[in-house]
Design a binder for this molecule. Structure first.
Ligand SMILES: Cc1cc2nc3c(=O)[nH]c(=O)nc-3n(C[C@H](O)[C@H](O)[C@H](O)COP(=O)(O)O)c2cc1C
Length: 199
């Protein structure tokens, strides 16, 4: 590990270098208090004009989980069935209603966004996707593993769970303690020189 990174090495390992995407889970419960603690960390990193369009639906075991499973891709169904808690992460395309509260230096932004549904949806999706990254790291910071999945029918999930709102699902995430054989082999990461240019 580089001594140029000031975050404690154990925290670097927990958040980055040792953290993995889990594909199986133990039945150790995840408490409501843990879910709230994750939110209380994840709410701080930045979004455009502090708009915070990410919304979260937690789905525990039971009938709502059965309904969610019908919208998951075949390869994602078994792990989504067994995770102690599943989060459906969504973008609220009506996030502009909160602008006077979260961006009081320019409350009139609510009205300009109200007149631009297409721009608003793009802004909601982009910023909520950023927040998903923050949120996955907050899950790791709570000592839990996350299993993000884009393999699901988003239109079906929106109809099933969000018909009465402007929430649009972006990602489904299994959360819990990793179970047996939880990991696929670690896949190669791109190198600095593949990714970075200096102008
Ligand atoms: C946006 C997103 C969508 C993903 N969709 C799926 C999915 O549908 N099914 C699945 O098994 N894994 C899915 N993954 C998991 C990735 O394949 C995994 O995080 C990546 O290979 C890195 O694995 P590692 O964290 O164990 O190194 C997804 C991850 C992300 C971030």
């Amino acid at each position: 590990m580089s001594d140029l990174i000031t975050l404690h090495p154990e925290a670097q390992a927990q958040l980055f270098t040792d953290a993995r995407t889990a594909n199986t889970f133990t039945d150790e419960p995840v408490s409501d208090a843990q879910l709230r603690a994750i939110f209380e960390l994840a709410k701080y990193p930045p979004t455009a004009a502090n708009t915070q369009p990410l919304r979260v639906l937690f789905v525990r075991q039971g009938e709502p989980r059965e309904r969610l499973l019908t919208h998951m891709a075949d390869g994602n169904r078994a792990k989504t069935a067994t995770a102690p808690v599943v989060a459906v992460l969504a973008a609220d395309t009506d996030f502009h209603e909160f602008v006077p509260r979260v961006f009081p230096i320019r409350p009139q932004m609510r009205d300009s966004l109200a007149e631009d549904p297409a721009g608003r949806e793009q802004m909601a999706r982009f910023n909520a996707t950023l927040q998903i990254g923050y949120w996955l790291f907050a899950v790791r910071a709570a000592g839990l593993a996350a299993g993000p999945m884009a393999g699901f029918d988003a239109a079906g999930v929106d109809k099933e769970f969000f018909a009465d709102s402007a929430w649009k699902s972006l990602l489904v995430v299994n959360i819990g303690k990793p179970g047996p054989d939880a990991w696929f082999p670690r896949l190669p990461r791109l190198d600095y020189d593949d990714v970075v240019r200096h102008a």
